[in-house]
Design a protein around this ligand. Structure first.
Ligand SMILES: [Zn+2]
Length: 95
């Protein structure tokens, strides 16, 4: 069971109280009408699936409802860092 402390409400939430939102910081093309199908398809469908440190977004669904970002090791499930959606994550520093 993954336990993550929400950076907004400060509560420790278990995995089933959160919603996993996938890879964080996917950047939508600024002018989608100007990109080709390959770039648009990459934006819509392709995500990294690392074995190791993963940059993810989660929602505090059972609590405050805010989205936030974490760095998590996908092998050990250790949460390396947590940040608000506008904050920055620091790889390698404990939360
Ligand atoms: Zn919260």
């Amino acid at each position: 069971m993954i336990v993550i402390r929400c950076p907004y409400c400060g509560e420790d939430r278990q995995e089933d109280e959160l919603v996993f939102g996938g890879e964080a910081e996917i950047v939508r093309p600024i002018h989608p009408e100007q990109v080709n199908d390959e770039v648009w398809t990459e934006y819509l469908y392709f995500r990294n699936n690392p074995k190791g440190v993963s940059h993810e977004q989660w929602c505090c669904a059972a609590g405050c409802g805010q989205w936030f970002k974490i760095l998590r090791d996908t092998v050990s499930h250790d949460v390396i860092d947590i940040a608000t959606y506008c904050g920055s994550l620091n790889a390698g520093q404990a939360a």
